[in-house]
Design a protein around this ligand. Sequence first.
Ligand SMILES: CC(C)(COP(=O)(O)OP(=O)(O)OC[C@H]1O[C@@H](n2cnc3c(N)ncnc32)[C@H](O)[C@@H]1OP(=O)(O)O)[C@@H](O)C(=O)NCCC(=O)NCCS
Length: 213
Amino acid sequence: MTTRNPGAVRMVELDATDAHLWLPAALDVYVTAMNYPRGTAQQRYPLWREHLHRPGWRGVATLSPAPDGPVDDQRLVRRDDNPIAPAPEVLTGIAYGYPGGASQWWNQQLRQGLARVGYTREQISTIADDYFELTELHVHPQAQGQGIGQWLLTRLLDGVPAPKVLLSTPEVPGEENRAWRLYRRLGFVDVLRQFSFAGDPRPFAILGRGLPL
Ligand SMILES: CC(C)(COP(=O)(O)OP(=O)(O)OC[C@H]1O[C@@H](n2cnc3c(N)ncnc32)[C@H](O)[C@@H]1OP(=O)(O)O)[C@@H](O)C(=O)NCCC(=O)NCCS
């Protein structure tokens, strides 16, 4: 699978021990890309922090030169003591994930969803026992449409030892958004459609494909 480096954008591997340097910026990209209320970042902070400690967690981010003029949000990751951003740069994209496991809420939801549509125990095992979960993938709206999302996804999955990758994404009419186009372009297929996670009324799709890409 070929990927490219879009212009001056650079990719960094994220380190869980440096999270205080990049997590606020990553959450800012997340709420902006998903068009969530600003307070969502604070709500999600503890959850994303907890994910960092899951075995096999890995994350990547893209950094782009800071635009001229003031940057009024959290995305400016440059600090004198910040080893991942020695020049004035903003975080423009984030992707992370970890191996799925039976103790995880998402895995339990997946198993229940598969059972509901009639899969046998054996079939559920085949799908849900051994995979890498692509948990988050977001590109700031000002940086979308340049291939950064694809670059993040392919870099994140490069070298993942699991036999497949699974993800969930909101259903949208006609699969007409960048997330769906990206996943279909990279060969993701349906695992579950019109799926409801407990506590969330929105319909989601769970998609997957074998690894390596
Ligand atoms: C989904 C998302 C991560 C995709 O990131 P992206 O950088 O916008 O998308 P891609 O990397 O797929 O870029 C594809 C676009 O770049 C263009 N492009 C230009 N050069 C390219 C290249 N070398 N390779 C790939 N695409 C390229 C493509 O033509 C395509 O344009 P189009 O979408 O208008 O058809 C991003 O749009 C996003 O954050 N969306 C909101 C949040 C979200 O839905 N997240 C996923 C939830 S599961």
